[in-house]
Design a protein around this ligand. Sequence first.
Ligand SMILES: Cc1cc2nc3c(=O)[nH]c(=O)nc-3n(C[C@H](O)[C@H](O)[C@H](O)COP(=O)(O)OP(=O)(O)OC[C@H]3O[C@@H](n4cnc5c(N)ncnc54)[C@H](O)[C@@H]3O)c2cc1C
Length: 490
Amino acid sequence: MKVVIVGGGSSGWMAASLLSRLMGNQLQITLIESDQIQTVGVGEATIPAIQHFNRVLGIDERTFLSKTKGSIKLGINFNGWFNADESYMHAFGAIGKDMGLAGFHHTWLKARSLGETKNLWDYSLNFQASKQNKYTTLPTIPNTKMSGLVHAYHLDAGLYAAHLRQLSEASGVKRIEGKVNHVKLEPASGFIESLQLESGEVISGDLFIDCSGFRALLIEGALKTGYEDWRHWLPCDRAIAAGSDRLSPLPPYTSSTAHEAGWQWQIPLQHRTGNGSVYCSDFMDDDTALNNLLNNINSEPLNEPKVIRFITGRRQKQWYKNCVSLGLSSGFIEPLESTSLHLVQAGLVRLVKFFPHKRINAVDVDEYNKQSKIEFERIRDFIILHYYLNNRNGAFWERCRHMDIPDSLASKIALFKESGRVFREQDELFTEIAWIQVMLGQGIVPRQFHPLADSLSDAQRSDLLTSLKQLIDGTVNQLPTHESFLQTMV
Ligand SMILES: Cc1cc2nc3c(=O)[nH]c(=O)nc-3n(C[C@H](O)[C@H](O)[C@H](O)COP(=O)(O)OP(=O)(O)OC[C@H]3O[C@@H](n4cnc5c(N)ncnc54)[C@H](O)[C@@H]3O)c2cc1C
């Protein structure tokens, strides 16, 4: 089977490297990219699942961190998302120790209601290590079975794509430099037959993967599948990015700081810091956004900042006929929880699971599209949650606080508010503890907790909380700094 990938951004090279690694002996893979059309050039924070992707490609952590000038990410610190002067963290990994079928937060809620404790994150190893800029590889807390540090990475996305290109070409992927200027469809089936380049060269294929970025050259330009616009829930539609000097000490976490009409990210890499502002053009103009960003970064910008326009939403059919869209061509959810590269990874894993044998079946395509839709929608709800639960002043934030939210999200919030319960649905990406941290961090205190929290006596509960805190603090004290960990890696 001939597979043709259009686009050499992160999504194109992720597709080429994974497909060549897993199915290289069955596929003839060509990737077309054009030096005339730049990649989007941002996308530097990830979630822990990227480790699986690297593992499958045979990229070990040392190589990854040194090739991408990457750093460790233990979570995202949200500043000013509820009240302007408060912060909380979405820390990866577990918090505390679950009590049978009831999450630890129920015990914490009971202790909190009695005034015995205040801060859930006292029991998060990831949070405490973050606050002290510490990290080392620690799968479990020493001498216990409790989960240790759970990490993702910050990375230079351009360097990552370059490394994936090297791996892909070494395993047989053919790269063609050229600009696609015409897509030829088979008249009877509507399938893509071939692509014509500016040079006149014609590339035919059986399966086409659209990684052409926001242009969506094949899936929209040629196949007109339509786009579901989610701006009524997620109204930010612009971003400006600018690099600045590296931070010292180097934080092992991403920062997201809310501002008047959106938010600003800070991503610490080994050689520089990635910064960017995401904003809503109805409430902030480009000049104001740029000035605010430049005032908030720690040095002169290292590049010419440019405005990126986007519409949050998803392609109606992410697979249509013989074309699968991945990355920005398949939809975009703003980078608040660093989910885009993960969606490329998840789309690719799904594509491998549904890979056509001999011919493309409509039932496979329908199921692929159904699963992608659910995945995008669950992530969308999690992002809306951050905007909806705000207590900030200003027209933008008031609009977010009063918007109608999807029923799926409304019922999740109602359940947590009433009983402290959260359930992960249909293989959704974010875990219960992720939802709990954002909901507690943004002002919801559940009215009740699980009855199992009453099974501990006052003394047992106090011992549990004290010993957990001591264990976590003691473990963090022994950790090296993030910076010294990275020095051992490069
Ligand atoms: C502001 C912002 C911040 C982000 N932050 C994060 C983050 O922190 N974490 C994260 O996971 N993701 C993030 N993302 C998303 C991430 O950047 C993208 O998902 C990722 O880079 C994939 O982009 P892409 O490869 O789909 O498209 P692009 O990078 O735009 O690449 C498109 C490719 O298609 C080629 N092309 C286009 N048209 C043609 C043509 N006619 N002929 C030939 N080639 C063509 C181009 O040359 C280019 O190689 C962010 C995105 C934005 C906009």
